[in-house]
Design a protein around this ligand. Structure first.
Ligand code: AMP
Length: 301
């Protein structure tokens, strides 16, 4: 690979400047990897940057808290921000350009045109956050058109987003390859999230139970359970015992990446997913798995 000479992280605010930079890199024969984020970076984001810098010559990350994907105004206003810290972390993780656009640059005419997502949105976060994936698809279409990356990197933490962005890329013939990266967790199993800082001490203590509940569902599948409703009940029964402060927004089991059921039983690839609300943070988590690999993975334990 042909890494660009380390010149330190460049911060760019203007879409035109990013587009110019990418054109120059491509003229030099370099590949461009792109990682869209909303900032408040943590190890989850950094894993995407590292993955991108291993497989692309040049890595662009964006930090943009996209207003159109927030239904809840308070969540948008209170979204944690620290751009200097983000820039230092991004630089250490191999990012070459941090794109930090103003809202007016991304939405020059407000929301006069948007992308509407009609599939895979009636379940999971799409169901509890109406319009969220329209906002995500709209902003990503804009960012993909500005950056024109060869490859984009997304985390499986947002598995529904991965499924929808794959469809977006196919539907609009966007010439980019999507790489999905594994969920990074705290040592106690809690999925890393920018929203974890909003948990109280007691909520933080309880939150690892979210992943343990999903694992209870996975264990049932490993023991041969294939029925959607019974798998969901297993996870819900775990939460009924172990979540006191957190309120379940949803628990679901679906075929993945289709995000639907086919009959009463799982197909080969599936997702066990949930969202849990605490006082000031709604947390999501999931496990994706392949029924044909479940037994062999148990034998390897
Ligand atoms: P966000 O800043 O929340 O929009 O996330 C930007 C990207 O980082 C998305 O592709 C997320 O799925 C990914 N991401 C967030 N948290 C994690 C995590 N714990 N592990 C892996 N990827 C993550």
């Amino acid at each position: 690979m042909n890494k660009i000479v380390a010149e330190g992280l460049k911060r760019m605010v203007s879409p035109a400047e990013v587009a110019r930079f990418v054109t120059e890199q491509k003229q030099k024969g370099k590949t461009v990897g792109f990682v869209p984020t909303m900032g408040a970076l943590h190890e989850g984001h950094l894993s995407l940057f590292k993955r991108a810098s291993e497989s692309s010559d040049c890595v662009i990350a964006s930090v943009f808290v996209n207003p159109t994907q927030f239904g809840d105004k308070d969540d948008y206003i209170n979204y944690p921000k620290n751009i200097d810290r983000d820039a230092a972390l991004a630089e250490r993780a191999g990012v070459d350009v941090l794109f930090i656009p103003e809202e007016s640059a991304i939405y020059p005419n407000g929301s006069d045109m948007t992308v509407q997502v009609h599939t895979k949105t009636d379940v999971l976060c799409g169901k509890s956050r109406p319009g969220h994936f329209d906002g995500v698809a709209t902003v990503l279409t804009k960012l993909f058109n500005i950056v024109k990356p060869d490859t984009v990197y997304f985390g499986m933490k947002d598995a529904q987003q991965v499924a929808i962005v794959s469809s977006l890329i196919r539907t609009f013939h966007i010439p980019v390859k999507l790489v999905a990266c594994p969920i990074v967790r705290e040592s106690d199993g809690l999925a890393k999230s920018s929203r974890n800082v909003r948990l109280s001490a007691n909520e933080r203590k309880e939150a690892p139970e979210i992943y343990k509940g999903l694992q209870a569902g996975l264990r049932a599948a490993e023991l041969g359970e294939r029925n959607f409703d019974r798998l969901i009940s297993t996870v819900k029964a775990y939460y009924a015992k172990h979540l006191i402060l957190g309120k379940i927004d949803y628990v679901d089991v679906l075929n993945y990446p289709e995000l639907k059921r086919s009959g009463a039983s799982l197909d080969r690839h599936f997702i066990i997913a949930c969202a849990v609300r605490y006082q000031s943070a709604r947390l999501i988590d999931n496990i994706t798995a392949d029924t044909e690999k479940l037994l062999s993975s148990r034998e390897a334990d």
